[in-house]
Structure formats: structure tokens, C-alpha cells
Design a protein around this ligand. Structure first.
Ligand code: NAP
Length: 270
């Protein structure tokens, strides 16, 4: 990438939270590498960012759930001397009980949320530690804090992201590294996520929805403060705190009630 501007490498940049990270970081004079499968959407965003004065916006259209796609992304990261931020944001959800779900789709989720996050972090972190600068944001979810029926792989892979990030933070602290890591744990956010899932935005009340802008603002603010786990929005902070303080049997009843109300269990009132 030309110049000496700090570079942000953003996966899942073709829509939603990833595109919002791109817009906000471009406004902070970052050069961008925008990664997702939909090339046209990435080209459109790169054009918009250049027109708005971005230092540099490059696209990498690739499927991070495949070996070849992941290798291309790793290679691009390793060749970047000015890498300042890696944002592991690409992700998707599914519905249905695990034993009935489509096996290859479940595998793709694990490849994208777990394998891609681990490998891209590995490709980025050594250089950041050596340069004594940089940060990695892993876009997890409030779903990381509880297991929910009909969402088993999603909750499990996001829980992995949180624990992975906490482990990295611990390691970095022991070597006195200024490199920052964060697990960003949003609640319901208005993006294309629920359309891709095929359920729209009406299954839960409007008060639960956040904007991608608010989520990204909380993340960047948290990164500046060195917060390892960032939960945007007071409502979700309270929810996670309550779930940590609540006895298991009450938690289970509340989760099953939520799952019924949101159509994740039979007898649903969507
Ligand atoms: N929206 C929510 O309520 C919510 C809540 C908590 C956490 N999150 C997390 O936030 C992250 C971003 O989601 P979003 O809400 O912004 O949803 P979104 O608008 O659907 O964006 C998902 C992004 O991931 C990319 N992607 C999906 N599969 C990919 C693959 N195999 N390879 C490369 N890129 C891939 C998509 O691009 P292409 O289709 O072009 O590849 C898209 O850019 C996800 O990790 C999600 O789990 C979302």
C-alpha cells in the first residue's frame, strides 16, 4: 500500500458493521483493505471512501471460509508493513437445531468465526508486537455470554472469540506490549445480518436495536481506553451483568422464554 498512513484491514466490509468501521477509519485518515465476497459492493464502498477523501482504499474479494480465500488474506496481511488495525468482523447466523442443520453451513461458520479469526490474527500479531503498535478487534456478540437453542454454533464460536481475545490480552500484558486486542460484543444491530438470516427486524421490539454507527463508536472508544471486552449500549451491559449474577436454573428458564418469543423454539409467538 502506498504512503505511510496507518492501514486497517477489515473483513466483512461489504455491509453493516464492517462498512461502518471502514467509513469511520477512513475519516481518521486510515488506508483501508476491504475484504468480503461481494466484489461490486466492495468497489462501491471503496469509491465512496475515495470520493470522501480516504487516504487509500483497496479491495480483496475473497471467501474467508475457504482455504484459498484465507491464504490470500493472510498473505496480504503479512505483506503490509503499516498494519495498524485488523478487524475480524465477517460473520453470519443460522437458525435451527444443530442436529437438523446443514452440516457444511455449520462448518463454514466455524471456519469463518474461529479459523479465519485465529489465522488472520496470527498473520497480523507478530508484526504488531515487533513494531510495538497496533490493535485487533474481533467482532463477537452478546450471544457469546449464553448458549441459546437454535443458535448453538453461533453462541459457541462467539464465546471462543471472547476467550481467544482475553487470552491474547493476558499474553500481551505479560510482555508489556502496547498492542491492544478487543472482543466487541454487540446486541441486535440494524445491518443486513437478519435479512441474510431470513427473519427481518420485527421479531423483537425496536428498543433492542442499535445502529452500526453506535456499535462502532463504542468499539473505537473502547479501543482507545484499552478495554478488552466491549458491550455497546447500557441495556446490553445490564443484560450481560444480570446473566452473570443469575443462578443457572433462572438463566435457563429466561433463555428458553426468549427462544420461544423469538421463534427459535417450537410454540413460538413471533
Ligand atoms: N447485526 C447484529 O445484530 C449482530 C449482533 C452481534 C454481532 N454481530 C456480528 O457482527 C459481524 C458483522 O455482521 P453485520 O451485522 O454487519 O452483518 P452483515 O451486514 O450481514 O455483514 C456481514 C459481513 O460479513 C461478510 N461475510 C460473510 N461471510 C463471509 C465469508 N465467507 N467471507 C468473507 N466475508 C464474509 C459479508 O460480506 P459478503 O456477503 O459480501 O461476503 C458482510 O460484509 C458478524 O460477525 C456478526 O456475527 C452482528
Amino acid at each position: 500500500m502506498p504512503g505511510t498512513a496507518p492501514v486497517a484491514f477489515i473483513t466483512g466490509a461489504s455491509s453493516g458493521i464492517g462498512a461502518e468501521f471502514a467509513r469511520r477509519l477512513a475519516a481518521r485518515q486510515y488506508s483501508l483493505v476491504l475484504v468480503a465476497r461481494r466484489k461490486e459492493r466492495l468497489e462501491q464502498l471503496a469509491g465512496e471512501l475515495r470520493a470522501a477523501g480516504a487516504a487509500h482504499a483497496e479491495i480483496l474479494a475473497t471467501d474467508l471460509a475457504t482455504d484459498a480465500g484465507l491464504e490470500a488474506a493472510e498473505d496480504r496481511i503479512r505483506r503490509e508493513p503499516n498494519l495498524e488495525l485488523l478487524i475480524n468482523n465477517a460473520g453470519f447466523g443460522t437458525r435451527g437445531f444443530f442436529h437438523e442443520a446443514d452440516g457444511p453451513t455449520q462448518e463454514r461458520m466455524h471456519r469463518l468465526h474461529v479459523l479465519a479469526t485465529a489465522r488472520l490474527t496470527h498473520a497480523a500479531l507478530g508484526g504488531m508486537v515487533a513494531r510495538r503498535r497496533g490493535g485487533i478487534i474481533n467482532v463477537s456478540s452478546v450471544a457469546a455470554f449464553n448458549a441459546t437453542p437454535s443458535n448453538v454454533s453461533y453462541c459457541a464460536t462467539k464465546a471462543w472469540m471472547n476467550r481467544f481475545t482475553e487470552g491474547l490480552a493476558l499474553e500481551l500484558s505479560t510482555i508489556g506490549s502496547p498492542v491492544k486486542v478487543q472482543a466487541l460484543c454487540p446486541g441486535f444491530t440494524r445491518t443486513e445480518f437478519h435479512e441474510v438470516l431470513g427473519i427481518g427486524h420485527d421479531f423483537i421490539g425496536p428498543g433492542w436495536w442499535m445502529s452500526a454507527g453506535d456499535v462502532v463508536a463504542a468499539s473505537l472508544d473502547g479501543l482507545a481506553k484499552g478495554k478488552v471486552i466491549v458491550i455497546p449500549g447500557l441495556r446490553y451491559k445490564i443484560l450481560v451483568l444480570l446473566s452473570r449474577l443469575t443462578p443457572g436454573f433462572i438463566q435457563k428458564a429466561a433463555i428458553l422464554r426468549y427462544a420461544r418469543r423469538t421463534g427459535r423454539l417450537p410454540g413460538a409467538s413471533q
